[in-house]
Design a protein around this ligand. Structure first.
Ligand code: MAN
Ligand code: CA
Length: 373
């Protein structure tokens, strides 16, 4: 930048000007009007004219002048640094709804439908016209021989002799020629109209139809879908409420619902293996409460039937390590004080008392079934 050198030059020039024009501050401060006014000068020939010696005391300071005209506005300074970004503005209001879109192009014409079923049997038709005469028939067979002819004329008178005997009957003549065929008979009446035949083969696919009129805009489709979704939501809610009601009906009075789980008994009693099998067959498994709420539901059934149930928990595999039927270690238990004690070393199954407390018990004992689904 050249500003530095330029500034230095300006300052230097101003200070030199001040030195050459200003009255030294020392001489102003020590000015005394009573002091000698004689000034010793150089030869008159070359000197400057002297002062007239009338210099009076310095007058009082004048009144303050009126304010000067305002100076010209300085040039605009360089822009400051950019400030930090302000907080984000509020979200604008939603724009107006857009215009309805153009109607879409019409779809292709569908394939022609299948040919319809055959019609009912029609009424019998009118009597047909009389047929044309038939061809001339073939010549008939020769006829039977004719009857014996009449007796001949008496012979001429012979010489007178004795009268002769009467002659014998002559031989039968030959069969005559067959006669000409007769004219063809007139045509018979027309028969009844037949049944309508079976339907023909399916027709060929029709040609593509004309381009349809422009369809509704997509916006309308979206609105239609929204309406359908809203209707479906309503139906779903109704179904949920109805389903919840039916679940209650089904578990009354032999079951309990806890969250997603349903405990249910059929009243059957048997040993652990039999109970386990029954629950599996029903699509569930022996009750395996995994928290206090589920255990409370099991307790309610036990109390209601006044019969202890076996749980889907045992330590058959490893003594003292109680596991669910899937082999996992139990995550919740509600043992009666002093249990499990593996009494007589034969207690690998778990029963629930009406208090809700658990006791290990021999698996061969019979208990009330309680399955969970
Ligand atoms: C008592 C307790 C139980 C045990 C049963 C067996 O109630 O010792 O721990 O399981 O007897 O009948
Ligand atoms: Ca026990």
């Amino acid at each position: 930048m050249l500003l530095g050198p330029i500034l230095i030059t300006i300052v230097l020039e101003i200070s030199l000007l001040a030195q050459s024009t200003a009255i030294p501050s020392q001489s102003v401060q020590k000015w005394d009007p009573n002091a000698c006014a004689i000034v010793v000068c150089g030869p008159a020939q070359n000197g400057l004219p002297g002062r007239d010696g009338r210099d009076g005391k310095e007058g009082p300071k004048g009144e303050m002048g009126t304010q000067g005209i305002q100076g010209l506005k300085g040039s605009q300074g360089p822009p400051g640094k950019m400030g930090p970004a302000g907080p984000g503005g509020e979200k604008g209001s939603q724009g107006e709804k857009g215009l309805k879109g153009d109607i879409g192009s019409r779809g292709l014409q569908g394939v022609p439908g299948l040919k319809g079923d055959p019609g009912k049997v029609g009424l019998s038709g009118p009597k047909g016209d009389k047929g044309s005469p038939g061809e001339k028939g073939i010549k008939g067979e020769r006829g039977l021989p004719g009857t014996t002819g009449l007796q001949g004329q008496p012979g001429n008178a012979g010489s007178p002799g004795p009268k002769g005997d009467k002659g014998s009957v002559g031989e039968k003549g030959g069969k005559g020629d067959k006669g000409d065929r007769g004219l063809q008979g007139s045509s018979g009446l027309q028969g009844p109209k037949g049944q309508i035949g079976s339907p023909g083969l399916k027709g060929d696919k029709g040609s593509i139809g004309e381009k349809g009129t422009k369809g509704d805009s997509g916006l309308t489709e979206v609105n239609l879908l929204k309406r359908q979704v809203s209707v479906l939501e309503g139906q779903l809610k109704a179904l949920e409420s109805s389903f919840s009601k039916y679940k209650k009906v089904i578990v009354f009075p032999n079951g309990r619902i806890v969250g997603e789980k349903i405990f249910m008994t059929s009243g059957y009693e048997g040993n652990f293996d039999a109970l386990k099998q029954k629950c599996l067959q029903a699509g569930g498994q022996l009750a395996s409460p995994r928290n206090a709420a589920e255990n409370a539901a099991v307790q309610q059934i036990v109390t209601s039937y006044n019969k202890a149930v076996f749980l889907g928990i045992n330590d058959i595999q490893t003594e003292g390590q109680f596991k669910y039927l899937n082999g996992q270690n139990i995550a919740y238990s509600n043992w009666q004080t002093g249990e499990p004690n593996n009494d007589n070393g034969v207690e690998d199954c778990v029963e629930v008392y009406s208090s809700g407390k658990w006791n290990d018990k021999a698996c061969g004992e019979r208990r009330l079934i309680l399955c969970e689904f």
